[in-house]
Design a binder for this molecule. Structure first.
Ligand code: ADP
Ligand code: MG
Length: 735
């Protein structure tokens, strides 16, 4: 038979197995199967003996089936199968529900892997991994038995045998395998060939072979990903945009003159960098990262002003309506008459700042769109609504995306497509991005960083309030809020939920409120059902008004309020007419009220690390010292409690980003747009493989930029194409 990587598995294994592999494990082709790597290896030499197991051990035992009995469960629906196994030294019980592995027969030997438990005095495994060893198979005798991610009808054992079919035929294997890593690259980095790597990975004879395989297979993933990004950069570089050189005597100079402070050194440097790139025909593609409060907005405004001076328009895309409105407001404030060109009191030398959001009234939106289309609005601030069809720009020269972590690559592209020629792009994020993530998710962008906060900031200190263990501490927290307000300051109280009728399916504000799923830590124990519902804004506000904060002016803010109300509430808070704002995460990003100095986060354990860091940034914005209290019912000693303690212990964004990365899976970090199969990342760890990713980036850039680029490396090009094909498939599915 002639095989290729794309040969359907139905031509390699039996039809029933092929169907189950496709449906349960998403394995369709030879490529999928060869890239379905063992999760771990059972080591025969280190196989545990049944007589020295301890409860809680995670082990694999080699044992013989002594007895099998299946019965109906009394209290629950379904059946229970008990299997007793022994290895001569001892015995233990295996328990399976609903006929899984009821086929085990007395006398068979098998490998059983699981966590040792105890029930009625006897050791037991509850639904362990099982691998029956059949007499005609010598594979169990290997030093390392691969254990594959398996499913109901496709056991690890079946996968092992199917892979063996492919690997045992060296002729067909060699034919199948196009090595995506060019030989010189392999040589430079001491990597084994793909055929060898797969052999080592699936049928290792030593732990060292697994290591060789892993190193090489990680390179595959890193190189393909980096080549994809390098190709993207190269393509973007080939499509010219419009040069927008700096022109004196215009809006930019006016902005600089109007600023109530002098720029930090970092702002000045990044500003020069941007000014130079905007003056080029090649579109700028830059990521600006800077700690919360480092003053990114001003940097963006100055870039936008340069574009307006050069006759173009700039769009500022914000993730929430609150933030979009705030940006529009503060830009208008800085620009003064210069932002109201065409109005009675406007300065004809200026431009217009317009706001465009989804919840605007039809008339207002129509007017805003018209100003965008005829070019009279030089600066357009908006939410996702900017991406919609029907929003046409006269001459879009710069797209600024604020707080990028809420936006996908597709959305960035959608906005970019609104220029006749590709506009310059500036992406701003306050979530510090570890270098590896910057090299992968944002790998098509160049990076600038603002390291310094404007001088005279009070800084923020944080503490965990274990309300479950020490209820008195919570009282003390409210006392602190009262003290701050008495001193003329203001406070936020953040809750994970709005409350009231939202669960009946309210809808609105869904993407602005509440912990971000992708960001939230995985639940640790038990189902979600045995936790009480998260605290809600409406309930907490009521309790505070009636209780500890009854003497203060307490108001609420959440995504389900009408946009005018939200706007008015925010404005009142900014004006100091509200003491305490009880809110959802609508205040997470970018909200800027320097007089607010305390934040109390209720149910802090429901939020992700970077989200807490963002939230905390709201109270470190003025010259007064800020205080952030993370209230939780989780015990201090639990993993959740420790995570919060770690957040409280540092404000170093890069360290927190690392902590965040540790609590999330790689796929989550790569984002919905680039996760899992799509990104082709299985072995690569963004946390541990920084060096490898950096080296792969160098090699990929070199390959893509030399000669005819990827065309000179058909195998790598094919792997890149396979990746983008998956990408496209998924994109269509979503649409
Ligand atoms: P972020 O980087 O989090 O978006 P902002 O751009 O919102 O931060 O800036 C935070 C605050 O710092 C704003 O009130 C802004 O006016 C102020 N600010 C910005 N740059 C400076 C500076 N150079 N000196 C003093 N204050 C500044
Ligand atoms: Mg900001």
């Amino acid at each position: 038979m002639s095989l290729s990587m794309d040969t359907p598995l139905s031509r390699v294994v039996g039809p029933k197995t092929a169907k189950a592999m496709a449906e349960q494990l998403a394995l369709h082709t030879v490529r999928d199967l060869l890239r379905h790597y063992p999760r771990r290896y059972a080591r025969r030499g280190e196989m545990a003996r049944l007589d020295d197991l301890e409860v809680g051990d995670r082990v694999t035992v080699l044992a013989q089936v002594k007895r099998v009995s299946t019965r109906k469960m009394q209290r629950r629906h379904g059946t229970l199968t008990e299997v007793t196994v022994g290895d001569g030294a001892g015995s233990m019980r295996l328990v399976f529900f609903n006929n899984r592995h009821a086929h085990l027969a007395v006398g068979e030997w098998g490998l059983f892997a699981g966590t040792v438990g105890k029930w009625q005095g006897d050791l037991q495994f509850t639904h362990p991994d099982c691998h029956v060893i059949t007499g005609d198979d010598d594979d169990w005798a290997r030093a390392l038995v691969p254990i594959y991610p398996a499913s109901k009808d496709v056991s690890s054992w079946v996968i092992q045998k199917s892979v063996k079919l492919l690997l045992d035929d060296p002729r067909s294997l060699a034919e199948v395998l196009d090595d995506p890593i060019p030989e010189p690259v392999r040589d430079r980095h001491g990597l084994v060939s793909l055929a060898t790597a797969l052999l080592y990975k699936h049928r290792p004879e030593s732990a060292a072979q697994v290591e060789f395989a892993d190193e090489r297979l990680k390179w595959d993933e890193a190189l393909v990903l980096q080549a994809t990004l390098a190709a993207r950069r190269r393509a973007a570089a080939l499509e010219p945009g419009i040069a927008r050189p700096r022109r004196g005597g215009g809006l930019l100079d006016a902005v600089d003159a109007a600023l109530p402070f002098s720029l930090t050194e970092g702002q000045r440097e990044v500003g020069e960098e941007l000014a130079a790139e905007l003056a080029e025909e090649q579109p700028m593609n830059r990521l600006l990262q800077g700690e919360v409060g480092s003053g990114k907005t001003v940097v963006a405004l100055r870039a936008m002003a340069q574009i307006v001076d050069a006759g173009g328009q700039a769009a500022l895309l914000a993730p929430t309506e609150v933030l979009a409105a705030q940006h529009a407001r503060s830009l208008a404030a800085i620009l003064g008459p210069l932002g109201r060109a065409g109005e009675l009191d406007g300065d004809p030398a200026g431009t217009r700042v317009v706001l465009l959001t989804g919840s605007q009234k039809a008339a207002a939106r129509r007017e805003a769109r018209a100003a965008v289309a005829d070019g009279s609005a030089g600066i357009v601030v908006g939410t996702h609504a900017l991406l919609q069809e029907g929003v046409e720009f006269a001459d879009l020269g710069l797209v600024v995306v604020d707080e990028q972590h809420r936006f996908g690559v597709e959305q960035r592209d959608a906005l970019r497509a609104k220029g006749a020629r590709p506009p310059h792009v500036l992406v701003m994020t306050a979530t510090p991005i570890p270098r590896t993530v910057a090299m992968t998710v944002y790998g098509d962008l160049e990076t600038s960083t603002l390291r310094q906060l404007p001088a005279g900031r009070g800084g923020v200190s944080s503490a965990v309030v274990p309300a479950g263990e020490k209820p008195a501490w919570l009282d003390r927290a409210w006392q602190r809020v009262r003290e701050e307000v008495a001193a003329g300051r203001q406070a936020y109280v953040v809750c994970p939920r709005i409350g009231d009728v939202e669960d009946a399916g309210g809808g609105g504000g869904k993407d602005e409120d509440g912990p971000d799923d992708a960001d939230a830590p995985p639940p640790e124990t038990g189902g979600a059902s045995d936790r009480r519902p998260p605290l809600a804004v409406l309930d907490v506000a009521e309790a505070l008004r009636a209780g500890p904060l009854s003497s203060l002016r307490v108001e609420v803010l959440h995504g389900r309020m009408a946009p005018e109300d939200k706007e008015a509430r925010m404005r009142a808070f900014a004006a100091g007419e509200v003491d305490v704002l009880v809110a959802t995460t609508v205040v997470e990003v970018g909200v800027d009220v320097p007089n607010a100095t305390v934040m109390v986060v209720m149910d802090a354990d429901r939020f992700g690390v970077s989200q807490l860091h963002q939230l905390r940034g709201r109270v470190a914005r003025g010259r007064h010292a800020g205080l952030c209290l993370l209230v939780t019912e989780a015990p201090t000693s639990s993993a959740t409690g420790q995570r919060l303690t770690a957040v409280a212990a540092t404000t170093d964004g890069f360290e927190l980003a690392r902590l965040d990365l540790e609590t999330r899976r790689e796929g989550d970090v790569l984002g919905a747009a680039q996760s899992g199969r799509r990104s082709g990342v299985r072995l690569l760890s963004l946390l541990d493989d920084e060096q490898l990713i950096a080296e792969a980036r160098v090699e990929a850039t070199r390959l893509v930029e030399a000669g005819r680029g990827l065309a000179d490396h058909p195998e790598l090009a094919a792997a890149v194409a396979a990746l983008s094909l998956d990408e496209r498939a998924e994109y269509l599915e979503k649409a």
